[in-house]
Design a binder for this molecule. Structure first.
Ligand SMILES: Nc1ncnc2c1ncn2[C@@H]1O[C@H](COP(=O)(O)OP(=O)(O)OP(=O)(O)O)[C@@H](O)[C@H]1O
Ligand SMILES: [Mg+2]
Length: 287
């Protein structure tokens, strides 16, 4: 079941030994719609990972609150309540394979469900299913996770999160460090999971091609604040603003600008993907 996440005037910082860091989330007000696929973008240090952590209580608000469906994360939320939230919000960290630990793939995937009270046999069934869903063969279940390739490890780690059957999936750079094919496979896998389960999905990425290909909403973060939460056109039409945010311009948009400059023909809409370009060319009668 999809679910919305609402940040209501959330400010947060980190504890560094005896002192507190400056605010890493600064009066954040944003609503992530139920069933949406939202990309979170922004320069390094902008607070993207912190925003994700605040969605499952790994980072607690200092002020304000985060509502995950009807569950509320407030300052000083106690541990038991956070457990319910963590079951609901599945979080795939950057380089999630570094968290694999068990002696077999099966044990690793079953760990989460068993920890949340699923009987062992049922957890094993779930492990089989999610393994198939991430495109791995069953014979891998008995192997050590450490004996797998980088791409396989990444899939096992994602399978471990999916096995908890979260309502909301949040992912921090899930394609980082993989080759282009591996990246595309992981991204396609997440997209099909998002569609099939009608899940709320939140993706942090530096890759604007991922944003325009997979997401339907975008949040731009800057220095702990939401700089923009809006349609794509608005985000990608202002080049100066993009540069200020340190965001790349999608390839199709660059092509469009170059084409318009050279021919004087202005296409009827902002094009962010190859499909958009094809549609625009048909509309102006060039194809
Ligand atoms: N555990 C921590 N303790 C103290 N400060 C932290 C911690 N994690 C992050 N920060 C600080 O919080 C700010 C936001 O960091 P965050 O990791 O959320 O940024 P980000 O947008 O995800 O960056 P990147 O694109 O580099 O992953 C940064 O100034 C960072 O140094
Ligand atoms: Mg980060």
């Amino acid at each position: 079941m999809a679910m919305e996440v609402r940040f209501e005037n959330v400010s947060a910082d980190y504890k560094i030994g005896p002192i507190r860091s400056p605010l890493v989330l600064n009066s954040v007000d944003v609503r992530i719609e139920s069933g949406s696929y939202t990309a979170v973008v922004g320069y390094t240090g902008a607070g993207k990972s912190s925003l994700l952590k605040a969605m499952n209580g790994l980072l607690l608000p200092k002020e304000g609150q985060v509502a995950v469906g009807n569950l509320i994360i407030k300052p000083n939320k106690h541990k038991q309540a956070l457990k319910t939230i963590r079951k609901r919000v599945g979080m795939v960290f950057q380089f999630p394979e570094s968290q694999l630990f068990a002696e077999s793939v099966e044990k690793d995937i079953c760990f989460g469900p068993i920890n949340f009270g699923v009987p062992k046999d049922e957890a094993k069934e779930i492990a089989k299913q999610v393994l198939e869903q991430v495109g791995l063969k069953q014979d891998i279940l008995t192997k050590s996770p450490f004996a797998l390739s980088g791409g396989q490890k990444r899939r096992v780690a994602i399978a471990g999160i999916l096995a908890m059957q979260p309502d909301i999936l949040v992912l921090d750079e899930p394609g980082a460090g993989l080759d282009p094919n591996g990246r595309k496979e992981i991204m396609d896998l997440i997209a099909s999971w998002h569609r099939d389960k009608e899940m709320t999905t939140v993706l942090v990425t530096h890759d604007m091609e991922d944003v325009v290909t997979y997401a339907d909403r975008v949040i731009v973060m800057e220095k702990g604040k939401i700089a923009l939460h809006d349609g794509f056109e608005k985000v990608f039409s202002d080049l100066e603003q993009l540069e200020k945010w340190h965001l790349d311009v999608p390839d199709a948009r660059l092509f469009q600008l170059n084409f318009e400059k050279k021919t004087g023909i202005v296409l009827p809409k902002v094009c962010l993907t190859v499909d958009d370009l094809a549609d625009a060319f048909i509309e102006v009668g060039l194809a």
